[in-house]
Ligand binder design. Structure first.
Ligand code: NAD
Length: 257
């Protein structure tokens, strides 16, 4: 087992990448702290793990709120005795997020508060816990849009993911000698609620797929597999990376017919 006796806190674990990662990490021996604002989904994830006799607990936390982040980390340590892996994965893509002219200030603020400040707050409180455990791995979910511009704009989302990527690099450098590794995951377009709700017509979905060399959306499971590598000791010399798992989208200039 690749995460035997580790404790992992995963934000946004009520669905999508977060849930699939919770299921995979638990299979590899980790105890899981499921964090979300969607209590129903979070409790379902915990139940799925408990049904397999795996250790898991749910705590409600809004990652854009400092108190909630302090409490989720305290919950992890109080429940399982330590924290080894922090997966800052929660994020939103708002339907009213468009170009600079059409996007309202409140959409910008909401998106930045959850997607970028949420990662900062996770680290603000989580790093002390990782130090107490003798080190660990932090994984921050960015996106391929941190690396490429899109003609179907989502200006706040894109800016928030750029912030996650640059913040990750700096965190990696600062904490490198404390046995704390920090990496960004850059998924390509995935078949999860987040993107399928945003690309809400078949035409929009096909428009996005034009750019993906593999010609399909990725699956949350495929991102969970990458998160497992970054969480485990197999990536012991990997820190500060932008780990792309994107069906080739960032490599493509023209995609095959
Ligand atoms: P998802 O919508 O299935 O999961 C996101 C989860 O985050 C949800 O359970 C939601 O309730 C939770 N969440 C939202 N706001 C929160 C808050 N304030 N506090 C705590 N939890 C909150 O989407 P997903 O595709 O699994 O997305 C996970 C991450 O991957 C996000 O950061 C997203 O931006 C990123 N990502 C997704 C794609 C994609 O195509 N789906 C591509 C690149 C990156």
């Amino acid at each position: 087992m690749r995460l035997k006796d580790k404790v992992a806190l995963i934000t946004g674990a009520s669905s999508g990448i977060g849930r699939e990662t919770a299921l995979l990490f638990a299979r590899e021996g980790a105890k899981i702290v499921v964090v979300d604002v969607n209590d129903k989904g979070g409790l379902e994830t915990v139940q799925m793990l408990k049904d397999k006799n795996q250790d898991a607990a749910y705590v409600h936390a809004d990652v854009s709120k400092a108190n909630d982040c302090a409490e989720m980390v305290a919950f992890a340590e109080n429940t399982f005795g330590k924290l080894n892996i922090l997966f800052n994965n929660a994020g939103i893509m708002h339907g009213d997020d468009g170009d600079a002219i059409s996007t309202e200030e409140n959409i910008w603020d909401l998106t930045m508060n959850i997607n970028a400040k949420g990662v900062f707050l996770g680290c603000k409180y989580g790093i002390s816990a990782l130090r107490r455990a003798g080190g660990g791995s932090i994984i921050n979910t960015a996106s391929f849009v941190a690396l490429l511009g899109a003609a179907t704009p989502q200006i706040a989302y894109t800016a928030s993911k750029g912030a996650v990527l640059s913040m990750t690099r700096e965190l990696a450098v600062i904490h490198a000698r404390e046995n704390i590794r920090v990496n960004a995951l850059c998924p390509g377009p995935l078949r999860t609620d987040l993107l399928m709700n945003f690309l809400d017509t078949e035409a929009k979905k096909q428009r996005r797929l034009v750019h993906v060399p593999m010609g399909r959306f990725g699956e949350a499971k495929e991102i969970a597999a990458a998160a497992l590598y970054l969480a485990s000791d197999e990536s012991s010399y990997v820190t500060g990376t932008e780990f792309t798992v994107d069906g080739g989208i960032t490599a493509a200039y023209v995609t095959p017919e």
